[in-house]
Ligand binder design. Structure first.
Ligand SMILES: *Cc1c(COP(=O)(O)O)cnc(C)c1O
Length: 313
């Protein structure tokens, strides 16, 4: 591991396992725990660090001076990348979806403050950028061998990270959260954007564990094939639940808000409405619908992302 990364990781907190104490869970004989990756770091929180770690290692090994990636105006990924770049002394460029807003979002303001160069791109161009995968990876780690799918105009020293940090190297970092878990369990739950975190978890869990992903996007049926493509071998102990998107990515309603507020009061664990709030709502709903067997022990991964909550104030 690169010295700068070791130094950075030393500043991280432990991601503990917290048991959710709630009479409702006892009533259904379900044991629910959260793996608190939200506690890892105040900025580089949750799954974004897990996903970035080995890509950064790879980038540094190549002598990279600039990290480039893409995301929305509230992107947890770009936010984490901008901060990490600052700490590691690397330049960062973020392609941000949509026109530059008159007033920058708190997320974009942070990114700018940490020195990220923001390039606002139209939604059409953003869609084009999405197809560019990992040009720098050795061939056996790439999704594609098609040179047309590499970001054009990439200069020496520049390292391209696909949307959400979704490259195969991310899986290795995610696996570390599974290894840390330390207790036996039946089901592991995780929210899904690109499905990269889910893929890393599927690769790392013991065979008898069921893995359940919860899509944050509407019409996310395509995710199954994308996750499948990231796995080193096909497995059948996982699925993605598509039923709890609440109308689409970052869409909310009063029921979701009420759930989050109630959960935070009961447990003192903060949730955000885009990923972790929807997942926890879904888990509770499925428990009430007897989806899980009595006696089951479930671990839900708190993937962090609490900075994005500022978009909903
Ligand atoms: C980015 C993010 C996700 C989605 O992770 P993927 O690996 O893209 O599926 C989930 N939860 C939070 C809090 C995130 O910020």
């Amino acid at each position: 591991m690169h010295l700068e990364l070791i130094k950075l990781e030393k500043t991280f907190n432990q991601s503990i396992l917290t048991k959710i104490d709630d009479p409702l869970l006892a009533q259904y004989q379900i044991e629910l725990w959260m793996k608190r990756d939200d506690l890892l770091h105040p900025v580089i929180s949750g799954n974004k660090w897990r996903k970035l770690k080995y890509s950064l290692e790879h980038a540094l090994s190549l002598g990279t001076d600039t990290l480039i990636s893409m995301g929305g105006a509230y992107s947890n990924h770009l936010h984490a990348l901008a901060y990490t770049g600052k700490v590691l002394g690397l330049k960062t460029i973020g392609f941000v979806r949509g026109e530059q807003p008159e007033i920058l979002t708190p997320t974009l303001r942070d990114m700018k403050k940490w020195g990220m160069e923001l390039e606002f791109v139209s939604r059409a161009d953003y869609r084009l950028l999405r197809q560019y995968k990992e040009p720098q990876l050795p061939a056996d780690l790439r999704h594609t061998h098609d040179p047309l799918r590499y970001l054009p105009g990439l200069k020496p020293g520049q390292y391209w990270l696909p949307e959400g940090g979704a490259q195969i190297l991310a899986l290795k970092g995610v696996a570390e959260l599974v290894v840390e878990t330390g207790i036996p369990y039946d089901t592991l739950c995780v929210p899904c954007g690109t499905g990269t975190t889910l893929a890393g978890i599927i690769e790392a869990v013991p065979e008898q564990v069921s893995v359940l992903g919860f899509a944050a996007l509407k019409n996310a049926g395509f995710l199954t094939a994308e996750v499948e493509a990231m796995l080193s071998q096909s497995r059948n102990n996982w699925q993605i639940n598509l039923d709890y998107h609440f109308g689409g990515f970052a869409k909310i309603n009063t029921e979701l808000n009420a759930f989050i507020e109630d959960f935070e009061l009961k447990t003192t664990i903060p949730l955000e409405p885009v990923y972790t709030g929807k997942m926890m709502y879904a888990i509770y709903d499925l428990i009430k619908k007897h989806y899980f067997r009595p006696g089951e022990r479930i671990i839900a991964v708190h993937t962090g992302g609490l900075q994005g909550k500022r978009g909903f104030d």
